[in-house]
Design a protein around this ligand. Structure first.
Ligand SMILES: *Cc1c(COP(=O)(O)O)cnc(C)c1O
Length: 369
């Protein structure tokens, strides 16, 4: 039997017409910062329910330039979670700022307002909230309120949460800035690298337009410190425009798969994703299991791919030793040993979902669970 992959671009993109958008760009002979990007920025801002979108080269740049846009500089402290794959940390380190890690909620694995409040100090300059696995952080409103009182910007990392919504508001529209990646496996994926920042603040959007182009205020006038070359090209923007109208349908398809898994696994000794509502777009379907290696091996012998998101907490990565005042993060450290991702993507056929379900059930039946 063919292996069921964790993600299939072929299945997720099946039936899409990529040639029309690509031909449109080729015929225009305009490849960088043109009409397609401007149109995508308008359409994605509208989709997210915000005033502005600025296309960038990738999601990590979105986080870095987003932090720079809100004024984070070398030596400043940024509060974030340690269980989100080091992307936010990469951005913080790139600036020479200092990450202060806080622990996450045991059920949603996202930042809690209690942990945030304990961590705030006069050195804090910004907060990154990651909507991990596509789950809009349940504490987001209170985090934004606490940050607002302290005069601190909130950067939402929405790279796994395109379209997640609560009370009619989409991911990226709650905080000061929302950062997106369009890496091909994301819920909205390009055919290469891509990213964007969304915001309601016109001055932040203007600063990001400068930062993505060498720090220019106008051609060859460098007005902004920390500028880079980080642009979303016309081909990627045109592809993303073709895909954006289907995002809600794809998110619903992902959520349907997640729902089938969670219903089937309800009696098993596993922890399933916290929510199956609109606030979860099922970018990843992640179980928490003990004896994870045995579980993964059992699925592998049945031709089912799994992966770990993520195996090492940020504060334990070898390139960047812990600060002496970084406290332990029991939930983050423990869940790094227990999380395992199952195949979950639009176009994953029902019979393959059945195969995954049976493989998981039979592992626990044989284990006497
Ligand atoms: C993918 C991802 C990023 C980084 O996006 P790139 O486009 O790969 O740079 C950032 N944060 C999270 C949570 C991600 O999943």
């Amino acid at each position: 039997m063919p292996t069921i992959p964790l993600f299939s671009a072929q299945a997720a993109n099946a039936g899409l017409d990529f040639l029309s958008p690509i031909t449109r760009v080729l015929d225009s002979h305009w490849y960088i910062l043109g009409a397609e990007l401007a149109a995508f920025e308008r359409e994605f801002a509208e989709y997210c329910g915000v005033g502005h979108c600025v296309g960038l080269a990738n999601g990590t740049d979105a986080l870095e330039l987003g932090l720079r846009a809100v004024g984070v500089k070398a030596g400043d402290e940024v509060v974030l979670a340690a269980n989100a794959g080091f992307y936010g940390s990469t951005a913080v380190r790139q600036i020479g700022a200092i990450p202060l890690y806080v622990d996450v909620d045991t059920n949603t694995l996202t930042m809690t307002v209690e942990q945030l409040e304990l961590s705030l100090s006069s050195s804090t300059k910004a907060i990154i909230v990651t909507h991990l696995y596509g789950q809009l952080a349940p504490d987001l409103d209170s985090i934004v309120a606490v940050a607002g009182k302290a005069g601190l910007p909130v950067i939402e990392d929405c790279a796994q949460a395109h379209g997640a919504k609560r009370n009619g508001k989409r991911a990226g529209s709650f905080g000061t800035i929302g950062c997106f990646s369009f890496y091909p496996t994301k819920n909205l994926g390009a055919v290469g690298d891509g990213g964007a920042v969304v915001t309601n603040e016109p001055s932040l959007a203007a600063r990001l337009q400068g930062l993505r182009q060498y720090g220019w205020s106008s051609k060859y006038h460098v007005a902004l410190e920390g500028g880079r070359n980080s642009r979303l090209d016309e081909l990627q923007a045109a592809i993303l425009r073709a895909k954006l109208p289907l995002l809600d349908t794809w998110n619903a398809a992902r959520r349907d798969i997640a729902r089938r898994y969670s219903e089937a696994f309800s009696g098993l000794p596993v922890k399933c994703p916290n929510s199956l509502g609109d606030d979860y777009v099922a970018h990843l379907y992640v179980l928490q299991v003990s004896a994870r290696e045995a579980f993964r091996n059992s699925l592998q012998t049945k031709g089912i791919a799994t992966d770990i998101h993520y195996p090492i907490a940020d504060h334990l990565q070898e390139a960047y030793p812990c600060r002496p005042n970084q406290g332990p993060l029991p939930v983050s450290e423990q869940t790094c040993k227990q999380v395992v991702s199952l195949p979950c993507y639009p176009g994953l056929e029902a019979d393959k979902v059945d195969r995954v379900i049976h493989a998981v059930q039979s592992y626990f039946n044989q284990a006497g669970g």
